[in-house]
Design a protein around this ligand. Structure first.
Ligand code: DX5
Ligand code: ZN
Length: 217
């Protein structure tokens, strides 16, 4: 299980400390980029993500919650971002082209959907994506409550990926915590994103360790 803590919930007055913590304990660093159009919030832009990339010793994982996501691919790739996901809702009919563009740049290509998009809408892209992002909250804010129906969506996508003999990973983003990590693993998740569960904890490194190896129920 890969753990990709989201810096959205870190203390932005001490972002360097957060990056050093993740370098030592996490698998990936999740960067949430929002434009206030696709989602009703702004997060941070390239001045922050570039600084994080320059200090990252582990791969960075950019989650584009923007319209026209392709505009930002080349910049992120140049700064060394290794995983880039964008939303099907933002890409419409161009999703296949965007996934191919990312792969062509040598980046892991990810396709995300919000909870109100039927999971079967992802099936045509199996074989074109390196990972799929199942949002388990509506994209836009950290600290929301996990939507339990996400478990069934992950399981359905996982079985379709396996049925087609593909190896794409499923990343789960939103409301992920130590209490649902085992169920997410069993459903087929391969990457867990967690913001508030990690940075809101007194011992973030311990939470990352538990997310990596959830206790057997
Ligand atoms: C939400 C972001 C998430 C967010 C997760 O739109 O995509 O990555 O930071 O935060 P938590 O883990 O607190 O739900
Ligand atoms: Zn995210």
């Amino acid at each position: 299980m890969l753990v990709s803590p989201s810096l959205l919930s870190a203390d932005f007055l001490h972002i360097g400390d957060a990056v050093r913590l993740l370098n030592a304990h996490a698998d990936l660093i999740h960067l949430d980029l929002m434009d206030g159009v696709l989602v009703p919030n702004l997060s941070f832009g390239f001045s922050v993500s570039d600084a994080v990339c320059s200090a990252a010793a582990i791969p960075t994982d950019a989650h584009l919650m923007t319209v026209h996501p392709w505009r930002w691919f080349a910049h992120l790739q140049r700064k060394g971002v290794r995983y880039i996901s964008f939303h099907l809702e933002a890409a419409g009919g161009d999703a296949a082209q965007h996934l191919a563009a990312l792969r062509g740049m040598g980046v892991k290509a990810g396709l995300a959907i919000d909870p109100d998009v039927p999971v079967h809408k992802l099936y045509p892209y199996i074989g074109m994506a390196d990972f799929f992002v199942i949002m388990s909250v509506y994209a836009g804010f950290g600290g929301q409550k996990f939507i339990p129906e996400s478990i069934g969506r992950i399981a359905a996508l996982k079985s379709e990926i396996l049925r087609r003999g593909d190896s794409a990973l499923i990343e789960v983003d939103g409301g992920v915590s130590v209490s649902n990590a085992q169920a997410l693993r069993e459903a087929g998740a391969g990457i867990l994103v967690a913001g508030s569960a990690v940075f809101g904890a007194p011992d973030p490194a311990a939470v990352i360790r538990s997310l990596k190896r959830p206790a057997v129920r």
